[in-house]
Design a protein around this ligand. Structure first.
Ligand code: FE2
Length: 389
């Protein structure tokens, strides 16, 4: 599994606060970060939802530290949203950001912090390690359990004109605090619970089959797989199951730390490209592509996939590594069927004539670099896409 030349750096700088009702501690956390003029970032749906109430709770907990609310985040946040949010943040003199929302909102906040720090527009700064100093502090309160963005160094922001997702990756944009409050996720609809949960599962598998995998990230990923296999179906069957909601938040967080260190691979490269061209939600695209990408990578990482099968409760004793690895792929497929995820790209609005372009986009996506098998030829990504179509 690992050779004598293994070397890695493991980071997990985010303070994690977990608990039922923990969101009400946001005021103390902002205080500890010297936040005096807090910008609250969220989306209109959460702000106005009569069943959610989380935004009001956080506003109340922030009290007079709250300087303003930016609630124009949309699913698949875009450069225009980030730039608008940064203008607003500047106008209120924000010195701290609190996000209440899913990955799109958390990534918007990361983008706003980058623009506040570097000026210009967000699209001027894509890339890796482009910051030379910390950005303003950020407290993330996720309302979905999947993206792990509350602990990662990356933001994915769509350039809607070019139909591409831009990746901004820098250790300075890792949120300072992640508040995991199961009550903030109970109103999430089953379809979103499924899609975001499968995003977290994809983070686990991708961390494990990454060329940058290492034992600490592996153990987080395997622990998270165990939790997702058990609690994702429960959270979908009963959205008010606060135990399942809490365990899924923890799993998504562990998966975020795992892939934040080990990186992701071909599943994400393809999902970003499918999302960029056809607007397929990130978790849905990952869920469809994951088993096909596992089959593609299989012979390079059979030992890792054997562990995946075990973490999913499959008895693999007596099986060869390859047979055990195939069991892992089937267990993933069975999970996606059990939670009613779409099975094919054709089922989610992807057009067959677009596959070639997606295959080419994926080759230049930063995520593909760490995939178990090196992929340089778009014919390879096209092969996977055709199978998943
Ligand atoms: Fe993801």
């Amino acid at each position: 599994m690992y050779n004598a030349d293994l070397n890695f750096i493991f980071r997990n700088p985010t303070k994690i606060v977990f608990g039922m009702g923990a969101a009400s501690e946001v005021g103390q956390e902002a205080e500890a970060l010297n936040g005096r003029k807090v910008l609250l970032v969220t989306d209109r749906f959460l702000e106005r939802s009569p069943t959610f109430g989380g935004v009001e709770k956080v506003k109340k907990a922030l009290g007079n530290k709250l300087a303003g609310v930016f609630s124009e985040v949309e699913p698949d946040t875009g450069t225009h949203i980030v730039n608008k949010g940064a203008d607003y943040a500047r106008s209120i003199g924000a010195d701290c950001i609190v996000t209440v929302g899913g990955g799109s909102s958390i990534d918007t906040s990361k983008g706003i912090a980058i623009v506040l720090s570097l000026g210009g527009k967000i699209e001027d700064h894509p890339g890796i390690n482009f910051l030379s100093a910390p950005v303003i502090p950020h407290i993330a309160i996720p309302t979905t359990a999947g993206t792990g963005s509350e602990v990662t160094y990356a933001a994915v922001i769509k350039d809607h004109e070019k139909h591409r997702k831009l990746i901004f990756a820098d250790n300075y944009i890792i949120p300072n605090v992640a508040i995991l409050d199961p009550l903030m996720t109970v109103s999430m609809p089953a379809s979103v619970t499924g899609a975001t949960g499968m995003d977290a599962m994809s983070h686990c598998i991708e961390a494990l089959h990454s060329q940058q995998a290492e034992p600490i990230a592996d153990s987080l990923a395997l622990g998270a797989i165990r939790l997702i296999a058990e609690f994702l179906p429960k959270a979908i069957e009963n959205g008010n199951d606060v135990i399942a909601r809490g365990q899924m938040l923890i799993a998504a967080n562990m998966a975020g730390v795992a892939f934040g260190n080990a990186q992701v691979g071909v599943v994400h490269a393809l999902a970003h490209s499918v999302g960029g061209r056809f607007g397929v939600p990130h978790g849905v695209a990952n869920s469809i592509l994951l088993p096909y990408c596992m089959e593609y990578n299989l012979d390079a990482v059979v030992d890792k996939y054997r562990l995946v099968a075990q973490a999913m409760g499959i008895n693999v004793s007596g099986l060869s590594d390859e047979a055990a690895a195939r069991e892992a792929v089937e267990a993933i497929r069975a999970l996606t069927r059990r939670i009613n995820m779409p099975q094919r790209l054709r089922d989610v609005g992807v057009k067959e004539e677009g596959l070639k372009q997606i295959a080419e986009d994926a080759i230049s996506d930063a995520s593909i670099v760490y995939n178990a098998k090196s992929i340089l030829d778009p014919e390879e990504t096209l092969k996977i896409l055709k199978q998943a179509y």
